[in-house]
Design a protein around this ligand. Sequence first.
Ligand code: T3D
Length: 265
Amino acid sequence: MPSPPDFDTILFDVSDGVATITLNRPDRLNALTTPMSQEMLAALKSCARDERIRCVVITGAGRGFSAGQDLTELAHVPDDWTVGDHLRRGYHRLILAMHDLEKPIIAAVNGVAAGAGLGVALAADMRIASAKASFVAAFIGIGLAPDSGVSWHLQRLVGPARAFELLTTGRKVSAEEALSMGLVNQVVPADALDETVAALARQFAQAPTRAIGLTKRVLNKAATATLAEALEYEAQIQDIAIQTEDHREGVEAFLQKRPPRFSGQ
Ligand code: T3D
């Protein structure tokens, strides 16, 4: 697996506690190839390992976020290739790495997000969209059912009826409509996207990172738990959170009437 300095299809930048992964095949609207998924996975692993990284931003170079699976790659597959294996080895690892990363991930959706590109955007914890962004569950257009986690994430975000409609019609949704249906957190003018995302990422990079990670864990658990199970899991997670340095710092800062200085530990 490639290491950060060797990336060809993505850019990986770390600054002030924020890692930015930029999908970098702008002439193909950042359509996803096998090397690209592998490089994204390697970048996410590096984000998980590096304690200095406290927030991850995923965005696209040029006018697209990602047009999904690169369809030209599918034209040159070996005889023993199966789509199931391709998904298991590629998108499954990538989407699960995003889901399991105990740090906040913001998708800065600069343009169209289609197919597996939509899957990547939906697997982020928050989506800030440029007014020029759009969202297409493009699978149906090429005779496919949803993959890359879109079946799971989409109906949780917009409900089953809207998810069915978007998946079976392939209708392109504008940024404003995406906001109205809860698909994105915020829409901003295209020229304000970078600064809006940078401000949010800075806020996350100074937040109690362990508590954010644990929040992700309880939300993921609660998505498929009974109320009783969720309550019990919350109690177990709080036993962990209460032992963190940032919990101690938060309480101390409150009592001393000063802003907290969270270290992420
Ligand atoms: O094997 C597996 O793992 C299966 C997994 C499948 C998961 C999936 O993601 S399935 C869905 C795959 N994606 C699509 O079907 C989307 C195809 N693209 C489009 O429908 C449109 O390009 C968009 C709606 C995304 C954007 O339209 P528009 O008009 O803004 O741009 P465009 O002119 O169509 O595209 C610009 C260029 O990017 C163009 O190249 P050219 O003509 O300038 O040389 C186009 O061919 C290229 N491009 C766009 N999408 C893809 C692509 N090239 C390869 N693969 C793409 N997916």
